[in-house]
Design a binder for this molecule. Structure first.
Ligand code: NAP
Length: 304
């Protein structure tokens, strides 16, 4: 037997259980990974809280979209991975468990210097940040406003935009300002008065917006004259029809991209802090923390 996080009804973190399940095994064309760490994402709790968020979701459901661990079974026909390889990868609603079974196309090698928790947290936010940032093509001469800049997606977007040569203003609570400054981001506090603070931080104006928090930042971008095609949101989907903004989020994941993101984090070229880790058995506490929505980086479950 092995452990897996599941929920059998929609609700808060209290509906999450760690249950005993039959140990899965690698079949033809798949690899079994002994999970060491599994990341948490807002997507997980949005689906769990509200049946209408993903109507196709059948219950009971597993939980978790991203993991890092050690390959310990390799099915027939698999090339490129061997027992003992350290990997990170993605899987749909199944990562928070002792084992996952996936095709090798959903795995990337874990760089030796990368710790398990960080490796497990890169996949979903990394893919999303890359797609969203590419959607507004930041470059030298741009000043980009990034909301929820201390969240997993926002932190990586800020750094990708800076690497592309842009100046970045990021919205966050005061407690996260110093960290954002250390990355080269100009931090501003979100909430009432945001427009004045952004004008003061960017007297020459802003040229693109990466929104991870909702209406406030999108409307401010429009008010400040940003071309709607250079405003991308991953949460305020109503703004697409209403204002002609973009809503490019995560998707089209691929192993090469995940490997590259992992390398960048391992080399210190991208920074993704882990705000806290919890043992698998404390999955409810972990989501309670995530659902507080005030974090610097990722929350990750550890299986050992
Ligand atoms: N469409 C997609 O493909 C896609 C993919 C990934 C994520 N998402 C969504 O994108 C959002 C961000 O995800 P995430 O994983 O980065 O982290 P998250 O856990 O949702 O965000 C945490 C951050 O949100 C900030 N925050 C909380 N309330 C805020 C507000 N009113 N205004 C501005 N910032 C606020 C917090 O900042 P402080 O701690 O500084 O207060 C914290 O750093 C989530 O809603 C998620 O569901 C969408």
């Amino acid at each position: 037997m092995s452990r897996a996080v599941q929920f059998s009804r929609h609700g808060g973190p209290e509906v999450l259980d760690v249950v005993e399940v039959d140990e899965p095994h690698a079949g033809t064309g798949t690899v079994r990974v002994r999970v060491r760490a599994a990341g948490l994402n807002a997507f997980d709790f949005k689906v769990r809280q509200d049946a209408s968020y993903l109507p196709s979701k059948k219950l009971p459901s597993g939980q978790g979209q991203e993991f890092a661990g050690v390959v310990n079974e390799v099915g027939d026909g698999v090339e490129g991975f061997a027992v003992g390889d350290e990997v990170l990868g993605w899987v749909s609603f199944a990562a928070q468990a002792d084992y996952v079974v996936v095709p090798p196309s959903q795995l990337a090698p874990k760089p030796a210097g990368l710790d398990w928790a960080t490796a497990a947290g890169i996949g979903l936010v990394g893919n999303t940040a890359r797609r969203a940032t590419d959607a507004v093509s930041p470059g030298p001469g741009d000043t980009v406003l990034v909301s929820a800049a201390a969240g997993g997606v926002g932190l990586l977007e800020c750094q990708l935009a800076i690497r592309a040569g842009a100046t970045v203003i990021g919205t966050a609570s005061e407690a996260n300002h110093e960290f954002l400054r250390s990355l080269g981001v100009i931090p501003v506090t979100y909430g009432p008065g945001l427009a004045d603070r952004v004008r003061a931080a960017a007297p020459e104006g802003i040229t693109a917006v990466l929104d991870n928090a909702g209406e406030e930042t999108v409307l401010l971008g429009l008010e400040l004259g940003v071309d709607p095609k250079r405003i991308n949101t991953i949460v305020y989907h109503a703004g697409v029809d209403e204002y002609g903004i973009q809503a490019v989020g995560g998707g089209k994941k691929n192993s090469a991209e995940l490997a590259e993101l992992a390398r960048l984090v391992a080399d210190g070229d991208l920074v993704l802090p882990v705000a806290a880790t919890y043992p698998l058995g404390e999955v409810r506490e972990a989501y309670t923390r995530l659902e507080s929505r005030h974090l610097l980086g990722k929350i990750v479950l550890l299986t050992d």
